[in-house]
Design a protein around this ligand. Structure first.
Ligand SMILES: O=P(O)(O)OC[C@H]1O[C@H](OP(=O)(O)OP(=O)(O)O)[C@H](O)[C@@H]1O
Ligand code: HPA
Ligand SMILES: [Mg+2]
Length: 193
């Protein structure tokens, strides 16, 4: 386990099983429909890459870059879109693929924006949903795991852009972001990884 992680919440194996289940459910629902998987950059990249391969109906992939956390463990409250979709969605069934729902602000903003573009349907699939009081309520159609209100990293999720490459989802040691310990460095010895 990485030295900055205090607990593995969801293992690689658990993720693999859940992705297969979600892929099955999604395939059943979208049979015969013009499906667009909309991934949110950057956190949802590993999830959408695995999930797309577990969905067995024709689909398109596109991405929006949406960010609000920056280098913090709490939302700035300002959602910035730095990359938009390539084309219109009014003839598509859009399924948003998110890594995590935390405050709810990101998805609230995104849903509002996309509804105004009149997709044939709009649904949400999130790998993780945090058990906390949300700033915006979100109805999620497909949920991977409910997790406690702790800051997690791995499988796409970052702290200050690090840890996205961990193959599992783990709780980050609070000492990392409370300042007494620096995040993973480029010059880490193999024993520290
Ligand atoms: O429900 P919320 O409180 O809005 O949090 C969820 C969002 O926050 C994170 O994105 P982030 O801003 O860190 O961008 P990133 O995906 O590039 O890491 C995460 O990937 C979700 O998109
Ligand atoms: O717990 C989290 N970890 C990483 N990124 C996040 N974005 C919202 N919540 C989280
Ligand atoms: Mg982030």
């Amino acid at each position: 386990m990485h030295k900055d992680i205090c607990e593995i919440l969801i293992s690689e194996e658990q993720i693999r099983t859940k992705v297969a289940e979600l892929g099955q459910q999604i395939s059943e629902h979208y049979q015969g429909k013009n499906l667009l998987l909309l991934g949110t950059l950057k956190g949802a990249v590993p999830f959408i890459a695995d999930l797309a391969r577990a969905i067995h109906v024709p689909l398109e992939l596109d991405y929006m870059a949406v960010a609000s956390y920056g280098d913090s463990t709490v939302s700035s409250g300002i959602v910035r879109i730095t990359k938009d979709l390539e084309g219109p969605i009014d003839h598509k069934h859009v399924l948003i693929i998110e890594d995590i729902i935390d405050s709810g602000l990101t998805l609230h903003y995104l849903i509002d924006l996309l509804r105004r573009r009149n997709p044939l349907s709009l649904r949400i699939c999130a790998l993780l949903t945090k058990d906390r009081k949300r700033l915006q309520e979100i109805e999620c159609d497909y949920v991977g795991f409910h997790i406690p209100d702790r800051f997690v990293v791995g499988y796409g999720l970052d702290y200050a852009q690090r840890y996205r490459n961990l193959p599992y989802v783990g709780i980050l040691k609070p000492s990392v972001y409370e300042g007494s310990q620096k995040p993973q460095t480029e010059h880490q010895s193999p024993a520290e990884r």
